[in-house]
Ligand binder design. Structure first.
Ligand code: 5RP
Length: 236
Protein backbone atom coordinates (compact mmCIF):
# COMPACT_ATOMS: atom_id res chain seq x y z
CA UNK A 1 0.00 0.00 0.00
CA UNK A 2 1.33 3.47 -0.80
CA UNK A 3 2.56 5.25 2.36
CA UNK A 4 0.81 8.27 3.90
CA UNK A 5 -2.68 7.82 2.48
CA UNK A 6 -5.58 9.82 3.95
CA UNK A 7 -8.31 7.60 5.50
CA UNK A 8 -10.58 8.08 2.47
CA UNK A 9 -7.81 7.27 0.00
CA UNK A 10 -6.90 4.20 2.04
CA UNK A 11 -10.52 3.00 1.80
CA UNK A 12 -10.51 3.62 -1.96
CA UNK A 13 -7.13 1.93 -2.39
CA UNK A 14 -8.06 -1.27 -0.50
CA UNK A 15 -11.32 -1.67 -2.43
CA UNK A 16 -9.44 -1.20 -5.72
CA UNK A 17 -6.68 -3.61 -4.68
CA UNK A 18 -9.22 -6.30 -3.73
CA UNK A 19 -11.20 -5.84 -6.97
CA UNK A 20 -8.18 -6.52 -9.20
CA UNK A 21 -7.99 -10.01 -7.63
CA UNK A 22 -10.94 -10.79 -9.93
CA UNK A 23 -8.84 -10.01 -13.03
CA UNK A 24 -7.26 -13.00 -14.76
CA UNK A 25 -4.48 -13.24 -17.32
CA UNK A 26 -5.69 -12.43 -20.84
CA UNK A 27 -8.85 -10.63 -19.76
CA UNK A 28 -10.36 -7.63 -21.54
CA UNK A 29 -11.17 -5.19 -18.76
CA UNK A 30 -13.33 -2.06 -18.77
CA UNK A 31 -11.57 0.68 -16.85
CA UNK A 32 -13.81 3.08 -14.93
CA UNK A 33 -13.32 6.77 -14.22
CA UNK A 34 -12.83 8.69 -10.96
CA UNK A 35 -10.46 8.69 -8.00
CA UNK A 36 -11.34 5.12 -6.85
CA UNK A 37 -11.08 3.77 -10.40
CA UNK A 38 -7.70 5.52 -10.75
CA UNK A 39 -6.39 3.40 -7.84
CA UNK A 40 -7.68 0.30 -9.63
CA UNK A 41 -5.86 1.29 -12.85
CA UNK A 42 -2.62 1.76 -10.88
CA UNK A 43 -3.06 -1.65 -9.19
CA UNK A 44 -3.70 -3.29 -12.59
CA UNK A 45 -0.61 -1.57 -13.95
CA UNK A 46 1.42 -3.21 -11.18
CA UNK A 47 0.10 -6.64 -12.18
CA UNK A 48 1.09 -5.95 -15.80
CA UNK A 49 4.57 -4.60 -15.03
CA UNK A 50 5.55 -6.82 -12.11
CA UNK A 51 3.70 -10.10 -12.74
CA UNK A 52 3.70 -9.96 -16.56
CA UNK A 53 -0.09 -10.24 -16.69
CA UNK A 54 -1.58 -9.66 -20.15
CA UNK A 55 -4.56 -7.32 -19.91
CA UNK A 56 -6.36 -5.31 -22.55
CA UNK A 57 -8.07 -2.23 -21.12
CA UNK A 58 -10.99 -0.30 -22.56
CA UNK A 59 -11.08 3.11 -20.89
CA UNK A 60 -14.26 5.00 -20.05
CA UNK A 61 -12.62 8.43 -20.38
CA UNK A 62 -9.57 10.09 -21.88
CA UNK A 63 -8.30 10.65 -18.30
CA UNK A 64 -8.42 6.94 -17.60
CA UNK A 65 -6.91 6.05 -20.98
CA UNK A 66 -3.96 8.39 -20.30
CA UNK A 67 -3.37 6.90 -16.83
CA UNK A 68 -3.70 3.32 -18.10
CA UNK A 69 -1.08 3.84 -20.81
CA UNK A 70 1.19 5.58 -18.29
CA UNK A 71 1.12 2.52 -15.98
CA UNK A 72 1.75 0.04 -18.80
CA UNK A 73 -1.74 -1.26 -19.69
CA UNK A 74 -2.52 -1.88 -23.37
CA UNK A 75 -5.52 0.32 -24.20
CA UNK A 76 -7.91 -0.49 -27.05
CA UNK A 77 -11.22 0.96 -28.13
CA UNK A 78 -14.50 -0.84 -27.45
CA UNK A 79 -14.94 -1.25 -31.20
CA UNK A 80 -11.63 -3.10 -31.42
CA UNK A 81 -12.49 -5.39 -28.51
CA UNK A 82 -16.31 -5.59 -28.90
CA UNK A 83 -16.98 -7.45 -25.65
CA UNK A 84 -15.35 -7.36 -22.21
CA UNK A 85 -14.83 -9.95 -19.50
CA UNK A 86 -15.08 -7.50 -16.66
CA UNK A 87 -15.52 -3.81 -15.88
CA UNK A 88 -14.33 -2.26 -12.63
CA UNK A 89 -15.63 1.20 -11.83
CA UNK A 90 -16.47 3.51 -8.94
CA UNK A 91 -19.89 4.93 -8.01
CA UNK A 92 -21.36 8.03 -6.41
CA UNK A 93 -24.09 6.09 -4.59
CA UNK A 94 -25.13 2.47 -4.17
CA UNK A 95 -28.31 1.06 -2.62
CA UNK A 96 -29.01 -2.35 -0.99
CA UNK A 97 -29.91 -3.82 -4.43
CA UNK A 98 -26.56 -2.69 -5.89
CA UNK A 99 -28.26 -0.06 -8.01
CA UNK A 100 -26.08 2.99 -8.55
CA UNK A 101 -25.84 6.65 -9.31
CA UNK A 102 -22.79 7.39 -11.43
CA UNK A 103 -21.49 10.32 -13.44
CA UNK A 104 -20.02 12.54 -10.75
CA UNK A 105 -16.89 12.56 -12.90
CA UNK A 106 -18.91 13.23 -16.05
CA UNK A 107 -18.12 9.90 -17.76
CA UNK A 108 -21.50 8.20 -17.29
CA UNK A 109 -22.23 7.60 -20.99
CA UNK A 110 -19.02 5.74 -21.78
CA UNK A 111 -19.20 4.05 -18.37
CA UNK A 112 -22.69 2.70 -19.07
CA UNK A 113 -21.79 1.54 -22.59
CA UNK A 114 -18.66 -0.23 -21.32
CA UNK A 115 -20.39 -1.80 -18.28
CA UNK A 116 -23.25 -3.03 -20.48
CA UNK A 117 -20.73 -4.61 -22.86
CA UNK A 118 -19.15 -6.61 -20.00
CA UNK A 119 -19.88 -10.07 -18.66
CA UNK A 120 -19.50 -8.68 -15.13
CA UNK A 121 -19.37 -5.27 -13.48
CA UNK A 122 -17.53 -4.82 -10.19
CA UNK A 123 -18.10 -1.58 -8.31
CA UNK A 124 -15.47 -0.27 -5.92
CA UNK A 125 -16.44 2.23 -3.25
CA UNK A 126 -16.17 3.26 0.36
CA UNK A 127 -19.04 3.18 2.85
CA UNK A 128 -19.79 6.91 2.46
CA UNK A 129 -21.46 6.01 -0.87
CA UNK A 130 -24.04 3.69 0.74
CA UNK A 131 -27.69 4.88 0.86
CA UNK A 132 -31.04 3.24 1.64
CA UNK A 133 -32.57 4.92 -1.40
CA UNK A 134 -30.84 6.59 -4.34
CA UNK A 135 -31.12 10.35 -4.82
CA UNK A 136 -29.08 12.18 -2.21
CA UNK A 137 -26.28 12.57 -4.78
CA UNK A 138 -27.52 14.79 -7.64
CA UNK A 139 -28.39 12.58 -10.62
CA UNK A 140 -26.23 13.43 -13.65
CA UNK A 141 -27.98 13.48 -17.02
CA UNK A 142 -25.96 13.88 -20.22
CA UNK A 143 -27.71 16.13 -22.76
CA UNK A 144 -26.70 17.41 -26.17
CA UNK A 145 -25.80 21.12 -26.21
CA UNK A 146 -28.39 21.95 -28.93
CA UNK A 147 -31.50 23.27 -27.18
CA UNK A 148 -30.25 22.25 -23.74
CA UNK A 149 -32.43 24.83 -21.97
CA UNK A 150 -35.54 23.35 -23.61
CA UNK A 151 -34.35 19.87 -22.61
CA UNK A 152 -33.85 21.11 -19.04
CA UNK A 153 -37.38 22.57 -18.96
CA UNK A 154 -38.82 19.30 -20.31
CA UNK A 155 -36.96 17.33 -17.63
CA UNK A 156 -38.22 19.64 -14.86
CA UNK A 157 -41.79 19.33 -16.17
CA UNK A 158 -41.47 15.54 -16.32
CA UNK A 159 -40.17 15.48 -12.73
CA UNK A 160 -43.50 16.79 -11.46
CA UNK A 161 -45.04 13.46 -12.58
CA UNK A 162 -42.62 11.12 -10.80
CA UNK A 163 -42.10 10.44 -7.12
CA UNK A 164 -39.05 12.46 -6.10
CA UNK A 165 -38.51 15.00 -3.31
CA UNK A 166 -36.58 17.68 -5.23
CA UNK A 167 -37.08 18.92 -8.79
CA UNK A 168 -34.28 21.37 -9.58
CA UNK A 169 -31.85 20.79 -12.44
CA UNK A 170 -28.57 22.65 -12.75
CA UNK A 171 -26.11 22.86 -15.62
CA UNK A 172 -22.71 21.49 -14.54
CA UNK A 173 -19.99 24.09 -14.97
CA UNK A 174 -16.25 23.97 -15.46
CA UNK A 175 -15.27 27.42 -14.19
CA UNK A 176 -17.64 29.81 -15.97
CA UNK A 177 -18.14 27.50 -18.98
CA UNK A 178 -20.44 24.47 -19.27
CA UNK A 179 -18.64 21.24 -18.36
CA UNK A 180 -18.15 19.15 -21.53
CA UNK A 181 -18.13 15.35 -21.56
CA UNK A 182 -15.71 13.38 -23.76
CA UNK A 183 -18.52 13.41 -26.37
CA UNK A 184 -18.76 17.22 -26.19
CA UNK A 185 -22.13 17.07 -24.41
CA UNK A 186 -23.38 18.94 -21.32
CA UNK A 187 -24.39 17.49 -17.94
CA UNK A 188 -27.53 18.49 -16.04
CA UNK A 189 -27.41 17.55 -12.34
CA UNK A 190 -30.88 16.73 -10.97
CA UNK A 191 -31.31 17.51 -7.27
CA UNK A 192 -33.94 14.89 -6.44
CA UNK A 193 -33.02 13.98 -2.81
CA UNK A 194 -35.01 10.75 -2.95
CA UNK A 195 -35.87 8.61 -5.98
CA UNK A 196 -38.80 6.30 -5.22
CA UNK A 197 -38.84 4.45 -8.53
CA UNK A 198 -35.42 4.55 -10.26
CA UNK A 199 -36.48 2.24 -13.13
CA UNK A 200 -39.44 4.47 -14.04
CA UNK A 201 -37.32 7.63 -13.77
CA UNK A 202 -34.59 6.19 -15.98
CA UNK A 203 -37.11 5.23 -18.66
CA UNK A 204 -38.90 8.56 -18.78
CA UNK A 205 -35.66 10.57 -18.73
CA UNK A 206 -34.28 8.67 -21.71
CA UNK A 207 -37.48 9.30 -23.70
CA UNK A 208 -36.90 13.06 -23.69
CA UNK A 209 -35.31 14.26 -26.95
CA UNK A 210 -31.95 15.83 -26.14
CA UNK A 211 -31.23 13.43 -23.29
CA UNK A 212 -28.39 11.12 -24.24
CA UNK A 213 -28.18 9.02 -21.05
CA UNK A 214 -28.73 9.25 -17.32
CA UNK A 215 -26.54 8.20 -14.39
CA UNK A 216 -28.84 5.50 -12.98
CA UNK A 217 -27.09 2.14 -13.30
CA UNK A 218 -29.84 -0.39 -12.54
CA UNK A 219 -29.28 -4.15 -12.48
CA UNK A 220 -25.83 -3.67 -13.98
CA UNK A 221 -23.55 -4.11 -10.95
CA UNK A 222 -22.79 -7.76 -10.09
CA UNK A 223 -20.28 -7.40 -7.26
CA UNK A 224 -19.64 -4.55 -4.84
CA UNK A 225 -16.28 -4.22 -3.11
CA UNK A 226 -16.39 -1.81 -0.17
CA UNK A 227 -13.11 -0.58 1.30
CA UNK A 228 -12.76 0.80 4.83
CA UNK A 229 -10.20 3.22 6.21
CA UNK A 230 -8.94 0.54 8.63
CA UNK A 231 -7.84 -1.52 5.64
CA UNK A 232 -10.67 -4.07 5.80
CA UNK A 233 -12.77 -4.92 2.74
CA UNK A 234 -16.28 -6.26 2.36
CA UNK A 235 -17.40 -8.02 -0.85
CA UNK A 236 -21.17 -8.13 -1.50
C1 5RP B 1 -17.42 9.11 -12.98
C2 5RP B 1 -18.06 8.24 -11.98
C3 5RP B 1 -17.25 7.87 -10.79
O1 5RP B 1 -17.16 6.47 -10.75
C4 5RP B 1 -17.90 8.36 -9.56
O2 5RP B 1 -18.05 9.76 -9.68
C5 5RP B 1 -17.07 8.04 -8.31
O3 5RP B 1 -15.90 8.77 -8.31
P1 5RP B 1 -14.88 8.73 -7.10
O4 5RP B 1 -14.31 7.34 -7.07
O5 5RP B 1 -13.84 9.77 -7.44
O6 5RP B 1 -15.64 9.07 -5.84
O7 5RP B 1 -19.19 7.84 -12.09
O8 5RP B 1 -18.31 9.48 -13.99
Amino acid sequence: MPAELSPIDKAKYVSARRAVDFVEDGMRVGLGTGSTAAWMVRCLGELVREDGMMITGVATSTRTADLAREVGITVKTLDEVRWLDLTIDGADEFDPNLNLIKGGGGALLHEKIVATASDQMIVIADLSKEVDRLGTFPLPVEVIPFGWQTTKALIEEMLSNVEVLGRAASLRLNGSEPFRTDEGNFILDLHLRRISNPAQLSLVLNQIPGVVENGLFLDICDILVIGNADGTVEVR
